[in-house]
Design a protein around this ligand. Structure first.
Ligand SMILES: [Zn+2]
Length: 384
């Protein structure tokens, strides 16, 4: 019998939530991951794991524990981020108080409950004296909420056969999430005295033409074909700057667009749609000139429902929960995409809760304990 140690899991979760691990790239007074990384490493070492601390940047700590297998089995990573968003507007962000089966605090749901479940899975294997054949890696990564320094660094060091990113999914199995691109558009005009309309070329007016076309594309995207799990692609005009003074024709106008992509879309094609608008406007008016450039991209993520790790996880979840978990998708980007790009078969599943990035955040304690059992059983079946 595999029975999770509920007291240990709750104690570990309380310990995690009480440590400030606010991402300092989001909130300048955030503590970063050094203290929580040390806590995770200590806890995993006490369970007999080989532990390592990596610092992709000073103070930005990823803690990793490896439960060495006896050899010949598949390896599995349980990946959870240890950083959280800021605590503005939260009454008591590090209380870890429990009421009506819910544990409250910043990061309780996103995603210290998940991390506690991963550690609880290892405790369960240790209590049951189960020796896996493949390695089981528990990773508490840095900086997922901002630049994903932690997982980006980790995939250069450790390559497992599969990974479960334990971002909260209300105990459903998440097979896909969106990607995104940031795109810079600049219209070029010609500066001139505000009275000299024969000389000036107004870059801001030209951006207006561009925006009118962009809005048509925006509507077409979100009302067009949708991905079955994550919905349609979308874009928004995020920031705009142009002109240098009231009595000067604007020489430049700069727009920054965010484009959310769905699995199956390529970044090149998404940028191509936007470049096509600039090309059309230039063909219609030789005085229209614009440049379009993508400066940051994160890939969407998708795994097949019949992938090995998905089948094992879904079957073990069904056994623990007494129901077949739904296959779902989610819209925000996650570290799952980086792991999948590194050739690691990846799936996402985590506990029940609410309030991530909001003023009141909680995780359902029972669901954390269930998640620990699901992860332990999945490791037994997958790493055999
Ligand atoms: Zn998260």
């Amino acid at each position: 019998m595999l029975i999770p140690d509920r007291d240990f899991i709750v104690r570990t979760l309380v310990g995690l939530v009480r440590i400030n691990s606010v991402n300092p790239s989001i909130s300048p007074d955030g503590a970063g991951e050094a203290e929580i990384g040390a806590y995770v490493a200590r806890t995993l070492a006490a369970l007999g794991l080989e532990t390592a601390i990596y610092e992709p940047q000073p103070g930005r700590t990823t803690a990793v524990g490896t439960l060495r297998g006896s050899g010949g089995g598949r390896s599995l990573m349980l990946n959870a981020h240890a950083d959280t968003v800021g605590v503005d507007a939260m009454a008591d962000p590090f209380s870890a108080g429990i009421r009506d089966g819910r544990l409250y605090g910043r990061g309780a749901h996103d995603m210290k409950g998940s991390l506690a479940a991963g550690i609880g899975a290892v405790k369960l294997l240790s209590d049951a004296r189960i020796r896996l054949r493949g390695d089981l890696v528990v990773a508490a990564v840095a900086d997922e909420e901002y630049g994903s320094l932690g997982t980006a660094d980790l995939i250069t060091r450790i390559k497992t056969d599969a990974a479960i990113v334990t971002e909260p999914t209300n105990l459903d199995v998440c097979l896909a999430h969106k990607g995104y691109l940031w795109i810079d558009v600049e219209t070029h005009g010609k500066a001139a005295h505000g009275s000299r309309f024969t000389e000036g070329v107004d870059a801001v007016m030209r951006m207006g033409r561009f925006l009118a076309e962009l809005e048509r594309l925006e509507v077409a995207l979100r009302t067009g074909p949708a991905h079955p799990l994550v919905g349609p692609p979308s874009l928004h005009a995020a920031t705009i700057n142009g002109g240098s003074g009231l009595s000067t024709y604007a020489a430049h106008c700069r727009l920054q667009i965010e484009r959310r992509t769905v699995p199956g879309e390529t970044a090149d094609a998404a940028v191509g749609q936007i470049r096509a608008i600039a090309d059309r406007l230039a063909a219609a008016d030789p005085a229209f000139s614009a440049t379009v450039q993508s400066f940051f991209a994160r890939e969407p993520f998708e795994v097949a429902p019949d992938a090995h790790i998905v089948r094992v996880l879904a079957a073990e979840a069904a056994a623990v929960l007494g129901r077949t978990p739904a296959f779902v998708g989610d819209t925000p980007w996650m570290d799952a995409a980086l792991l999948a790009e590194a050739g690691i078969e990846t799936v996402v599943m985590g506990p029940i809760g609410a309030g991530e990035h909001s003023a009141v955040e909680w995780v359902d304690v029972d669901s954390v304990v269930k998640m620990a059992e699901i992860l332990a059983r999945t490791a037994v079946a997958y790493c055999a």
